[in-house]
Every structure is written in C-alpha cells, then in structure tokens.
Design a binder for this molecule. Structure first.
Ligand code: TA6
Length: 296
C-alpha cells in the first residue's frame, strides 16, 4: 500500500502472503527494505541515511542511470536516484501466470531542467515485484524519446546494498577467474583468482562479462543471497572498509562490517539507443539457507 515514510516521503509497501515485504520510496524509485517471511531485513540502509532530497538515500537499491560511477560528465551515478518518480499510469502488462505476487510500476521522465545537464529525453520504467517465496525482482525499461533524431549512450546499475552479519565472514561465488576493472587503480584490468572472493580491505571492482548468477554467502547467518541478472553483463563489488567509510558523511564508521554491495550493471560497454528504441534489464534476488545453496 502507498503511505508516508521517513520525513513524509511517499513510499509503497508490497506484502506477500507468507510475510515477506518490500518498501520502495518514490524518491529515487529506490527499494529501501526487503524482508523475508521471518521479518528479517535483507538490505542495508545506513543509520545515517538522511532521506533529505537532493541527497540520494544511502542504502537499499539505488538506481544508477544514465551514468554509473564518476567517470563522465554527470554527478556520481547519474541523477535518477535524486528525482521523484511517479506511479506509472500506463504500466506494461503483467503476465497472468507470473509469480509476481505483488508489484509496483514506477516511471521517471526527463525534465526540461535535466535536459540542460544531460541533453536527452527519455522514459525509464521500473517494475518492483515481490514473488511467491519472497524473491525480489526489479526490471527496468529505458526508452529514448528524443525528437531531434539523436541517439544516446548510457551506463546502468542496480546498486544493491546487501545486509551481512560480518563482512570478514562473507564469500562471493561466481566471479572466480572473471576479468575486472579495479576502480581503485583507475579501472586497470585484472583477472580474478580461482577461488571464492573474501574480504579484508576496501574493494571496488567492476567485473565484466560475468555469469548471470552470483552468490553471496553469509557464514554466520547461514544465508546465501543469489543474484540473477539479465541484460546486465557486469557486476560491481564494493566495500568501503574503515578509512573510506569514515570519509562518507552518511555512512556510520563501523557500518562497513555489516554491508556488501554486489551490483548488477552494464558499465564496460555503454548502451546506445536510437530515438524510439528501448533497452530492458532485470535482476532477481533471493535469500536461501546456505545449507541449500551448494553452488548449483
Ligand atoms: O559502486 C561502487 C561505487 O562507485 C564506489 O566507487 C562508491 O563511489 C560507491 O559506488 C558510492 O555509492 P553511492 O551509494 O554513494 O552511489
């Protein structure tokens, strides 16, 4: 249902019969809560998140468009996470037999203000679905609505902040032997070593052409997040660790221990759309008991 969230910002709450839930703020079109059917919060939102526009909400699933990262003419991660989205008045049809038990369709269009910063017209539609069993699905459609015949090029990411019990006990599987661009070394290219990734310092890596399924194993909680993605060939893995965390005003000094960003992205090869063309991308998140997930 639609209601008022923090600081009176509009949000929508999706519930599923067995008790799982999702919360989406119209500000930023941003998921800020995803709970399983035991009411456990699966996403990280900083205790210092301000929920005061124009600052993007620190945590949940920020949408990065039309520019992921800081390389390019726009602000970090583009501007859609600091815009007010609306409920899509004319959403794409929901397949009748779909597992989407509850979903909300959001729409954001360029503003004439925004055209001065990024000289293009677009529509971005986002469907947030809570599926039977509590999986969270986000799908996005981006259309070039330029009337001047101009194509545009963009990069995109679902900037997922997962909640983990202790980063030093987290493993990521699925990115072994994959190439990555190291954002801490001016996006220099490396190849990941052959076993699961573990964490003991700041990480900011953009894995390119990754498999469609990545697992994040939380040892203490005996829980595995499974990220499945489509149309998003890359994956960004980020933890600021202690020094960087202290330098971020809306991030608690020791909160790096309880979060990990694994982001479904299209970054290495920017996407170009001609006027009238549409791009689609989606991700599905599930949280399963680790005993279940044996990497299959
Ligand atoms: O996704 C990694 C990254 O680009 C880091 O370099 C850091 O800048 C982080 O995103 C910032 O995330 P935010 O939630 O502030 O957009």
């Amino acid at each position: 249902e639609r209601c008022k969230g923090i600081n009176g910002l509009d949000k929508v709450v999706l519930r599923e019969v067995r008790g799982s839930s999702v919360e989406v703020y119209l500000y930023g079109g941003q998921v800020t809560s995803w709970k399983n059917d035991h009411g456990e919060e699966l996403l990280f939102v900083s205790s210092k998140a301000t929920f005061v526009p124009p600052k993007a909400i620190r945590g949940g699933i920020p949408i990065c468009f039309p520019q992921f990262g800081s390389q390019g003419p726009l602000e970090l991660h583009g501007h859609v996470s600091s815009r007010f989205w609306s409920i899509d008045p004319d959403p794409p049809p929901v397949p009748t037999n779909s597992l989407n038990k509850a979903c909300i369709d959001l729409l954001l269009e360029h503003t004439e203000e925004g055209v001065k910063i990024w000289p293009h017209r677009y529509e971005i539609r986002q469907r947030v679905s809570l599926r039977s069993g509590g999986d969270l699905m986000l799908s996005s459609r981006i259309r070039n609505t330029n009337t001047d015949g101009k194509s545009f090029t963009f990069t995109f990411a679902y900037h997922n902040y997962f909640s983990v019990s202790d980063i030093s006990e987290v493993r990521v599987e699925g990115l072994e032997t994959v190439d990555y661009l190291d954002n801490m070394q001016n996006r220099k290219r490396f190849t990941e070593q052959g076993d699961a990734i573990t964490f003991e310092s700041e990480v900011d890596k953009m894995y390119v052409s990754t498999p469609t399924k990545i697992a994040i194993l939380d040892h203490e909680k005996k829980r595995t997040f499974v990220l499945r993605k489509d149309g998003l060939p890359d994956a960004v893995v980020w933890n600021p660790w202690d020094k960087k965390a202290k330098a971020i005003p809306d991030f608690g000094d020791d909160e790096f221990k309880r979060m990990l960003c694994v982001e479904a992205a299209a970054v290495e090869k920017p996407i170009t759309l001609k006027p009238g063309e549409e791009w689609k991308g989606r991700q599905e998140l599930s949280a399963v008991p680790s005993s279940y997930y044996s990497g299959q």
